[in-house]
Design a protein around this ligand. Sequence first.
Ligand code: ADP
Length: 756
Amino acid sequence: MKSLLVILLEDNVLDAELNQVELQQHLAEYKCTFKCVTNKTEYRHILEEIKPDLVLSDYNIPSYSGLEALRDFKTKFPFTPFIFVTGTQQEEVAAQAIKEGAWDFVVKDRLSRLPLAVQNALKLRDEQLKNSRIQESVAKSELWFRSLFNTANDAILMMTDFKFIDCNPAAEKMFGYPKEEFLKQTPATLSPLFQASGRSSEEASIEIVKNVMGGQSQFFEWLHMRSDGTVFDAEVALNHLELEGEVFVQAVVRDITERKNTLVALGASEKRFRNLVQQSPMAVIEWDTRLNVMEWNEAAEEIFGYNRSEVLGRSAYGLILEEEQNAQIEEVLESLIRQQGGSKNTNNNITKKKEVITCEWYNRPLTDEKGEIIGIVSMVQDITDKIKAESALKESELKFRQIIHSSPMGIYVYEVNSSDQLILADTNPVADSMVGIDGSELIGKPIEEIFPAMVTGNLPKHFLAAALYGTPWFTEDISFSGGKTSRSFQIYAFQSGKNRVAVMFMDITQRRQIEAAIKTKNEELLKINAELDRFVYSASHDLRAPIASLLGLVEVARLEKDSTGVNRLLDMQKRSLLKLDNFIHDIVNYSRNSRLELEIEPIEFTTMIEGIFEHLYFMDQFSHVDRRVNVPTKLEFSSDPKRISIILNNLISNALKYTDINKESPYVEVRVEKNESGITLCVADNGEGIDEEHHVKIFDMFYRATLNSSGSGIGLYIVNEIVQKMKGTITIESKKGEGSKFFVTLPNLNRQQLDQ
Ligand code: ADP
């Protein structure tokens, strides 16, 4: 139920009640609420308080007139019904009230008319309200369209019968005509003579406008012309409008010069892009969705051997793909489409020459503005050679590792890190056993940590040079001393990869020792050889000379009858035999010295020297020579007695042999003196002496200083050999005609010293 708020202006309370009753009874669809006021003050007050749906007013109110009340109300609520309910029956009054804006005039006598009057008034009010709203919204939308019309960037033109009847400011601006001028134009005068297609503008425009008038909207590109004659690209939308039976054409013209320019620029950039694609070092191929070639650049020609013109429009299958690859390629395509992103795959392809190559493919779907896939662009790289090189490299790496692991030399492989440190990267079993540490514990450590001694040496420098610059390095002169023993190494370092060095090493300690032994043996052999040569040469002479003389003496003795003569010859034979015996003695002594080890014993010099002299008593000079022996008492000295005896025997016998019998008192002196390390033996005589030029040579084998020497020249050689063997020295002081002094120093030997 609708509510109805009613103001009742009535000074007569009874009348007021009657009104209320009448309405409540006959306006059943309304729930009425009444605000009763009796005078001007109350009335004005209530108008401030509420907004009523209806006012019922008496025409004659004391000190206030009905018309005044009407006017007060209307200024405040112009669309709300105001009805007079009055006792006055005059026609003029009623007419005046209606004229002033009252909605109805009900006479109290005919109060039954009141409900109807109220219903009519309310109905009228509703209609009025509706109309006023429509008007309001029409006005609004007109305003809205006007402002759109006036502020649009596009030119908007209204036209009927090929005549312009309205245009907006954008049109004035676009075409360069003020409105009144514009309205004098026709589509033909707003266009150049011909359109881009070559068609006459007038002809074309008439046709188009006719179509629109017939009810077809049109949208097309058009060349327009401004008042100054410049032509511009436009996009034109023509619509057909019908207003109250009249047909209008509405045209919306958009200047698209800028868009065209952008398109031209886009075209240029696309051209540049195409050039780039053509010249790309990577093969670029564009496919449609069924894998037909749409674009094919020079690099693609190079890889696959087909010219662009040969392949355009052809399917990938049978061209660069085998039919059997279908499933694999489908998969690639599917994932491309599914992910809408790029994908990378590697597969075999066939060239025009039917060679199989391996290619790396980077694919990307091509989409239109709606995001639908219209093709695929692929970038291709022929990686056949790369793959071959890689597998060759892998194979050679494998071989290299096998070689390393089966090498008889120790091998350490180092890698140079970013701070130029050599980091152990690999070892082989030989190296591990040589170094004595499991290589896997050392891998990853820097060389200085593994071999601290190397920090000071040059080795790391050579290894670095090999690893970084490929300079190989070889040496045999490396020795490492660990504890008591020093070991020698042969090292060979060479580049085994980028920033890698393989260091091969071999322990050559034993070889070095053998080499040294061979070297001394060789030297000895050379000496022995030379001695042997000289020995054979002299021996043939020294052995045969006494034999030849003996043979001669035997023949002479055979003829000798006289016994004294025979005796003389026998003496001569004895001397020859003695000489031979001496020589053989000497040879035996020499041989003994070189073959027998030293036998150390304390030496009794006095006894030894006396024994030697006793053995030499048979010498011719013996009885003429004064023999002097000088040995310190309490001399403690150990050495090889047999060898010392040979030395003394030789020196003493020489001193006797080369005695000068013409001298007043010839002598031979043997002196033994103690020195720091042992003793000095001195054998001196005042005999023939030796010319200084022979001093160095008399120790050579078979060297004789005088032609008339009766010896073989081997004695001093043997003496010197023995002295050397006993780590002693021998020197001579001698002057021709004055005498000779031989000095022999010998160290005191004991077993301990010998062992060293
Ligand atoms: P030999 O058997 O000839 O004595 P040696 O080797 O003992 O051979 O001596 C070499 C040479 O040195 C002798 O031939 C001799 O000329 C000279 N010589 C050695 N000892 C003496 C000495 N005491 N006085 C003079 N000449 C000597």
